[in-house]
Every structure is written in structure tokens, then in C-alpha cells.
Design a protein around this ligand. Structure first.
Ligand code: NAD
Ligand code: IPM
Ligand code: MN
Length: 358
């Protein structure tokens, strides 16, 4: 047997259901044979409420020594919207230049979908979301706040460099899959940003003659994701549209409890962050109702990215094999608790690893 890779992983459980699902993902990783050195960070709402700190620069500095980061979710009912989301999550994505947000939309056999006639063969795509620009950049401001003449601007920043590097990455992903890439935007209205994206898409596409190109407006994409998801292999899109279509993607492929993601720095000059698509779900936090699969699959993506594909594959297989035992109903709710589900998936992972070693 080859020697196991050892990974130095930062862990940010965060808020709400974050700590519940991260604990299970780590248990499954352990059962799948991962060799980990874990560095825990107590970032999130509780730390902010106690100390006023969100993401100190010294912590970001420290992350240079990590191989990757596993994050649960942030967002706290007692903290004003934006403080943690912008101050922690977006700051991390921007400072580490995690310019690709990779979000698979894949229906695992046995997972529920509200789409009557769609099965696993039809829902298997990857969304490549630009992760550092667009309306998320934070440009804009408020004037005359609280008066009847209040003005708010929130500008979308789009650079040629930013669009190009994301689009080139997406062509690379498509060339390793079914060789079909759809750009999603709103070029009929957002003519400035859309024009830049479209010209870039067409120019970079010339470098990938074997990848077929398509374009859909984002509103039509929402329709097609529901009525003909099989048309998509890889989607590339800007930041906000990517955020929105991937929640819809989650809805058709098992729900948010299944949707994994990676915030990737493709050049690997900073650690990439892997996290479920979902948030801190304060409505179910502390009740043992959270489905840990999205975080387990995000951790599996992390191991694949780190080249430890035997661990990543074992975790993915374990999810698929444990699924029938989790009692998942058509809405995505489980009859097992978060920790029971984690234990069942970990047991499958252990079986797979032992079987594989024979
Ligand atoms: P959410 O994703 O937390 O929840 C949306 C719905 O999905 C809720 O009904 C929730 O109960 C359900 N859900 C989410 N994850 C689930 C899981 N694993 N298992 C079962 N059900 C699950 O989105 P929201 O309610 O809009 O936001 C809550 C907070 O999370 C906000 O503060 C928001 O800013 C934050 N947020 C953070 C992230 C992140 O950390 N990446 C992502 C999205 C939202
Ligand atoms: C996500 C979340 C984040 C986003 C928020 C919490 C900043 O919704 O990861 O999808 O909009 O990117
Ligand atoms: Mn989102």
C-alpha cells in the first residue's frame, strides 16, 4: 500500500448547523483513511459578539501554511446581515484569490428530486461561478441615509482578467467532461458587463475547439434547469447569477443538504476553501435535522483537489451507499439525525477502505 498523504487542514465550523455538519464530515474523512492535522478556527457569530473580531488579518496570514480549509457556514441571527458574510466569507474568498467557485449539480441515485421525469442521467453538471468580482465586489455606497432622499448604489465590477481566468478554467473543466460549456449571463440588459463576458467567452473558446459553446440568459436558465436540466454539462457565470442558479441547482439535485462546493485558487498559491452551498440554517440549528452530506461531499472535493483521490472517492461512495439507510423523503428531509447519518456514512467509508485494502 502506498504511504498516506498527510494534510494540514484549517477547520472553520462557523455558525448554526455549521459545527454539526463539519463534525460529521471530519468523522467520515477519518473513517475513509484521511491523515489530517487539523487547525481549528473559532470564527463566526459567537466570536464576533464576544470580541468584535470577524476575520483578523493575522489569521489570513496564518492560512498560508495550510493545504486547504473546510468551512461549515456563517450567518448568525443576532449579527446584522453582511457583517459575517462579507467580513469573513467574502474577505476569505477575495484575499486568498479563490476566483473559481466550483459547484457540482449532480443527482445521486436515490436522492430526491422534484423533477418528475428526471433521473440521475439527466442531472449531472458543474457550475463554475466567478468568485471575486461582479456585484459582490462591494463597490457603491449610501448617501443621505434615513432621509426620503436616500440613495444607494451597488456596482458590478467586471475585469477582463477576472472574466478570462474564470472562463478559461471552465473550458478546462468542460474539456475533461462532456465537452459542452454554456455561458450564463444577461447580455440583453447588462450590455456592458455582458459584452465583456461574451467577447471573452468567444475569444477563449477559440483555444478549445473541441468544446461546444452555448449561451443562455440567466432567467431562461432558471427555466431550463427545471424543465430540461440534461442540456447542461458545464455552466460558467458571474458571481451573483452563480449564487442564485446553484441554489436552484441544489433544489433539483437532492436539495441544499446535498450541494457541495469548492472555492478554488487554481494556481494553488493560497489554500482553497471547501464548504457546502447552504448557509447556517438557523431554523434547524441545534435540532439534529441538518443533512451532513453536502459537507461530506465538499470535504471529498477537497481531498480530490489535494490529489488524495482514494479518500475523496471512498467518501463519495460511502454517501451513495449509505443513502438508502438515511430515510430521505421527497423534500430532502432525513428520518435519521445529523449524527446518526454521519455514523452510517462513516461506517460505509470504513467498509469501503477495508474492502479496498484486501
Ligand atoms: P440556508 O442555506 O442557511 O437555509 C435555507 C433553507 O435550507 C432553510 O430552510 C434550511 O433549514 C435548509 N437547509 C440548509 N442547509 C440544510 C441542510 N444541510 N440540511 C437540511 N436543510 C438545510 O439559507 P438562509 O436561511 O437564506 O441563510 C441563513 C444564514 O446563512 C444567513 O445568515 C446567510 O447569510 C447565511 N449563509 C451562509 C452561507 C455560507 O456560509 N456559505 C451560505 C448561504 C447563506
Ligand atoms: C453562498 C452564500 C454566500 C454567497 C453568502 C453567504 C456571502 O450565499 O456561498 O452561496 O452569496 O456567495
Ligand atoms: Mn448562496
Amino acid at each position: 500500500m502506498t504511504e498516506r498523504q498527510r494534510h494540514r487542514i484549517g477547520v472553520i465550523p462557523g455558525d448554526g448547523i455549521g459545527p454539526e455538519v463539519v463534525a460529521e464530515a471530519l468523522a467520515v474523512a477519518d473513517a475513509a483513511g484521511a491523515e489530517l492535522e487539523l487547525i481549528h478556527y473559532d470564527l463566526g457569530g459567537d466570536r464576533y459578539l464576544k470580541t468584535g473580531e470577524v476575520l483578523p488579518d493575522s489569521v489570513v496570514e496564518e492560512w498560508n501554511s495550510l493545504d486547504a480549509i473546510l468551512l461549515g457556514a456563517v450567518g448568525h441571527p443576532e449579527v446584522a446581515p453582511g457583517i459575517l458574510e462579507r467580513g469573513l466569507l467574502l474577505k476569505a474568498r477575495f484575499e486568498l484569490d479563490l476566483y473559481v467557485n466550483l459547484r457540482p449539480v449532480k443527482l445521486i441515485p436515490g436522492a430526491p428530486t422534484p423533477l418528475r421525469d428526471s433521473g440521475p442521467d439527466e442531472i449531472d453538471m458543474v457550475v463554475v461561478r466567478e468568485n471575486t468580482e461582479g456585484i459582490y465586489a462591494g463597490a457603491g455606497g449610501v448617501l443621505r441615509q434615513g432621509t426620503p432622499n436616500e440613495v444607494a448604489t451597488q456596482e458590478s465590477l467586471n475585469t477582463r482578467m477576472g472574466a478570462e481566468r474564470c472562463i478559461r478554467y471552465a473550458f478546462g473543466v468542460a474539456s475533461r467532461r462532456r465537452k459542452h460549456l454554456t455561458m450564463v449571463h444577461k447580455t440583453n440588459v447588462l450590455t456592458h458587463a455582458g459584452g465583456l463576458w461574451m467577447r471573452t467567452f468567444e475569444e477563449v473558446g477559440e483555444e478549445f475547439p473541441d468544446v461546444e459553446r452555448a449561451y443562455n440568459h440567466v432567467d431562461a436558465t432558471c427555466l431550463y434547469l427545471v424543465d430540461s436540466p440534461q442540456r447542461y454539462d458545464v455552466i460558467v457565470t458571474e458571481n451573483l447569477f452563480g449564487d442564485i442558479v446553484t441554489d436552484l441547482g441544489a433544489a433539483i439535485a437532492g436539495n441544499l443538504g446535498f450541494a457541495a462546493s469548492g472555492n478554488i485558487n487554481p494556481e494553488r498559491d493560497a489554500p482553497s476553501i471547501f464548504e457546502p452551498v447552504h448557509g447556517s440554517a438557523p431554523d434547524i440549528a441545534g435540532k439534529g435535522l441538518a443533512n451532513p452530506i453536502a459537507t461530506v461531499l465538499s470535504a471529498a472535493m477537497m481531498f480530490d483537489f489535494l490529489g488524495d483521490t482514494s479518500v475523496g472517492d471512498a467518501m463519495e461512495r460511502a454517501v451513495a451507499e449509505a443513502l438508502p439507510d438515511l430515510g430521505i423523503d421527497p423534500t430532502g428531509a432525513m428520518s435519521k439525525s445529523t449524527s446518526e447519518a454521519g455514523r452510517l456514512i462513516a461506517a460505509k467509508a470504513a467498509e469501503i477502505v477495508t474492502g479496498g485494502a484486501q
